[in-house]
Design a protein around this ligand. Structure first.
Ligand code: SAH
Ligand code: SF4
Length: 359
């Protein structure tokens, strides 16, 4: 692994920047100036921070890394879903997806531009339907690599992002400390200034970390990737369920609910003949009732090399109507840009396979 041992300047909180400038014998307001260059003016080197004394710029450059991530591929066009593939400094690839204004999905108004970002290179959880898990886990992303995805996509697209979902590659709760550090920067008024209610973390069901997150003061939202209403179905497609079964997961969700004002949501990918039966819909309604959760149904996006398919539209509508009939707030994603909207992790996989094939 070739990651640098030095801390990146975009991994620091304002208080940490203040400690640093004090240590360098500078007045405290320098910390705010630095944050302003990083997150408002968005310069790409210490040299460009022209209202800081030369000496300070030099000391900072000696002591901190200054990351930027390179966009190596963009798929899709304006008004559709766009995918961005990034290369990190150690040549690992990650991706983000920019979703244009569309019907409210994660508790936000419909006129929001949402970015779906990655938290790890690969994923260790190996869900059977997911491209991110296919090649295993490489490493956690650092806070700056999480924040940089947003900055890079805003720069490339010229759009202001106002809704953030941690639903890209990786399991956010398995990298909780770095994810929280990044979220504090994303949320802070001296940082990117995105409201906590417009930030959603998605998890495949790491029950102990859900409890930890419940105790965090940040009012961010939580989405739980359920994808099956019984242990039998979940065990078949999500290995994590063998460690934390449905009851363990739901009781962690009860705990979360008791601590937070926000409504939880369940993500439920519809996969033909795996989890799309009427019985599953009824049991899913029961779980959603217990937690006053909202349900987002997502027709499965096929992944090359995997056997799963999405159910017919008729089956999707039937599943939806059962939940509606039980009074559950539920959406069925009928997405735009389906041709490129293959789930997160796929662009990287495809690019790596092409690179292997060509040499
Ligand atoms: N690891 C976390 C967050 C990343 S996955 C989690 O699993 O929740 C983000 C979402 O994309 C999850 O709900 C995941 O189940 C879904 N997803 C993965 N592969 C998919 C596919 N092929 N089609 C549709 N959704 C998929
Ligand atoms: Fe990992 Fe989430 Fe994909 Fe499962 S669905 S393999 S937890 S990224």
């Amino acid at each position: 692994m070739t990651t640098s041992p030095t801390i990146d300047i975009k991994s620091l909180q304002l208080g940490e920047l203040e400690d640093k400038v004090r240590e360098l014998g500078q007045p405290l307001y320098r910390a705010r100036q630095i944050a302003d260059w990083l997150y408002q003016k968005r310069v790409q080197s210490f040299d460009e921070m022209t209202d800081l004394p030369q000496g300070l710029r030099k000391r900072l450059a000696e002591q901190f890394d200054f990351s930027k991530i390179d966009i190596v591929r963009v798929l899709g066009s304006r008004d559709t879903t766009r995918k961005f593939l990034f290369q990190l400094r150690d040549f690992n690839l990650i991706e983000s997806v920019l979703i244009p204004a569309s019907p409210a999905l994660y508790g936000s108004r419909s006129d929001r531009r949402t970015i779906c970002i990655s938290t790890q290179v690969g994923c260790a959880y190996g869900c059977k339907f997911c491209a991110s898990g296919l090649e295993g886990f490489s490493r956690n992303l650092k806070p700056n690599e999480i924040v940089d995805q947003i900055i890079a996509v805003e720069r490339e697209s010229g759009e202001k992002i106002d809704n953030i979902v941690f639903m890209g590659m990786g399991e956010p709760l398995a990298n909780l400390e770095n994810v929280l550090q990044a979220i504090r920067i994303i949320n802070a008024e001296w940082g990117l200034g995105v409201g906590a209610r417009h930030i959603t973390i998605s998890t495949s069901g790491l029950a102990p970390q859900i409890r930890k997150l419940a105790e965090e003061p940040l009012q961010i939202r939580l989405a739980v990737s359920l994808h099956g209403a019984t242990d039998e179905v979940r065990n078949r497609i999500m290995p994590i369920n063998r460690r934390y079964n449905i009851e363990t997961l739901l009781s962690a969700c009860d705990y979360y609910k008791a601590h937070k004002k926000q409504r939880l949501s369940f993500e439920y990918i519809l996969i033909a003949d795996v989890n799309d039966s009427d019985d599953q819909a009824r049991l899913l309604s029961r779980h959603a009732h217990r937690l006053s959760a909202k349900v987002n149904l997502i027709p499965y996006n096929s992944v090359s090399g995997l056997p799963w398919t999405r159910p017919s539209e008729k089956r999707q509508e039937k599943f939806l109507s059962i939940l509606r009939g039980e009074g559950i707030p539920v959406t069925l994603r009928r997405e735009k840009g389906h041709d490129i909207d293959a789930a997160c992790g796929q662009l990287r996989l495809q690019t790596e396979r092409e690179a292997l094939a060509s040499g």
